[in-house]
Design a protein around this ligand. Structure first.
Ligand code: ZN
Length: 406
């Protein structure tokens, strides 16, 4: 049995865990444990919010969720004798929910509290609970679907150097200045409120809370990439930025569709992850790598049959955008939602389903002016009924329990 080097206690608050958690990036957050290159170990994680979401039918916890607390990360784990210029090799050995806690959630955040990719179509908070049965997920809030999860960490990364941290803060503050009042904001600056900085205390903790970057976006250290390929059997190479690497992980997902469109769009869970670490000395320098690269798992894909929606860079009012892949993917999502509504689902149910199920997003062509062409592919086998077009009217399936929207 692999040894657990960091454990969590679901009965305790995020701020009272046996191993202190952190929710900011900063090189001065102390390591909680040290491992050797070549070692395999298990780390337990709270869900990304630190236990703010309950297993019930009411989305009020999502409407009122304190986003300044996210993401609670386990670590940092120091990897002995690694240094800047090295490549830290991280193998994802396995991931799962904590025993006795086999459930997760997917949410749409309210426009005034985080928003989402389709926030102007779905401005209110909504929540679906998923139950896990082995590899499968089902939801009492989205009937007639069942799919195999691809568990992965939404967030895994190494500590930035002080210089890197300064560069992040500089560029993100410049962006915020272009529209400081925007809702939701263009980016999130360092924020002292609700900051957790591990075992630091006193003036040192205060300084790190003021300087530490929020964990919201992915950056050159990895971080919140939300890449669903980081599943069992995958490998990530991180350019090391500081002595001993300082690896942190959290935001475990049971499943996630490409794009994670509803923002809290994966199936979020508390859980465990087994990692193996190794080092390629001066590998980042040798290969001129300035951010992580990865190798997806070689294990087989689960689904083979996809109904695939296309998107072009034209908005809902017929306004033409020039080669805008973001607008194009937005339209692919909205096209899928319009179609699936014909089977009796609400828009919120489909938005959440497209976020959580193993859907695939692709850029198909980015040269045919003025339209970027993207696609959104939904595995048809996840539905208990036939969703292909035919000469019959689509069957409205009874929606046993609707999502609450608050
Ligand atoms: Zn997540």
């Amino acid at each position: 049995m692999t040894k657990t080097i960091i454990s969590v206690d679901l009965n305790k608050k995020a701020t009272e865990q046996p191993f202190p958690l952190h929710n900011r990036w900063h090189p001065d957050i102390p390591a909680v444990v040290m491992v050797d290159p070549g070692e395999t170990f298990r780390i337990e994680c709270l869900d990304w919010t630190g236990g703010q979401v309950s297993n019930n039918d009411d989305a009020t916890d999502i409407k009122n969720l304190d986003l300044k607390q996210v993401h609670y990360l386990s670590g940092p784990v120091a990897v002995r004798e690694t240094e800047p210029g090295d490549l830290l090799v991280v193998d994802i050995i396995d991931i799962g929910p904590l025993p006795g806690n086999e459930w997760g959630y997917t949410c749409i955040f309210a426009q005034e509290n985080g928003g989402s990719f389709l926030t102007d179509h779905f401005p209110h908070a909504a929540k679906a609970i998923w139950d896990f049965d082995g590899i499968y997920a089902t939801s009492r809030h989205i009937p007639e679907v069942k799919f195999a999860g691809i568990p992965h960490p939404g967030l895994i990364g190494v500590a930035p150097s002080i210089d890197m941290l300064k560069r992040w803060n500089q560029r993100e503050l410049e962006l915020i200045k272009t529209n400081p009042k925007r809702v939701p904001p263009l980016a999130y600056p360092p924020d002292h409120e609700s900051a957790a900085v591990g075992s630091l205390k006193g003036a040192e903790a205060e300084r790190v809370m003021r300087e530490g970057c929020r964990t919201v976006p992915p950056r050159e250290n990895g971080g919140n990439t939300d890449i669903n390929s980081f599943t069992k059997g995958s490998r990530i190479y991180f350019p090391v930025q500081v002595k001993d690497s300082l690896l942190s992980v959290g935001d475990l997902h049971f499943s996630e569709g490409d794009g994670e469109i509803s923002f809290c769009g994966a199936i979020e869970m508390a859980g465990w992850i087994e990692l193996k670490v190794d080092v390629i000395k001066q590998g980042a320098k040798l290969y001129n790598l300035n951010q992580p690269v990865y190798r997806p798992t070689e294990s087989q894909q689960t689904y083979s049959n996809y109904i695939t929606f296309e998107g072009f860079s034209v908005d809902e009012e017929n306004k033409q955008y020039y080669m805008d892949a973001n607008m194009s993917f937005r339209r692919a999502c909205l096209n899928a939602i319009d179609y699936l509504k014909q089977f009796g689902y609400t828009g919120e149910q489909i938005c959440i389903l497209l976020s959580a199920a193993p859907v695939e997003a692709n850029i198909k062509a980015i040269v045919d002016v003025p339209n970027a062409c993207t696609s959104l592919a939904i595995p048809t086998e996840i539905f208990s009924f036939d969703i292909w077009p035919s000469d019959k009217r689509p069957t409205k399936h009874p929606v046993k329990r609707k999502l609450t929207v608050v």
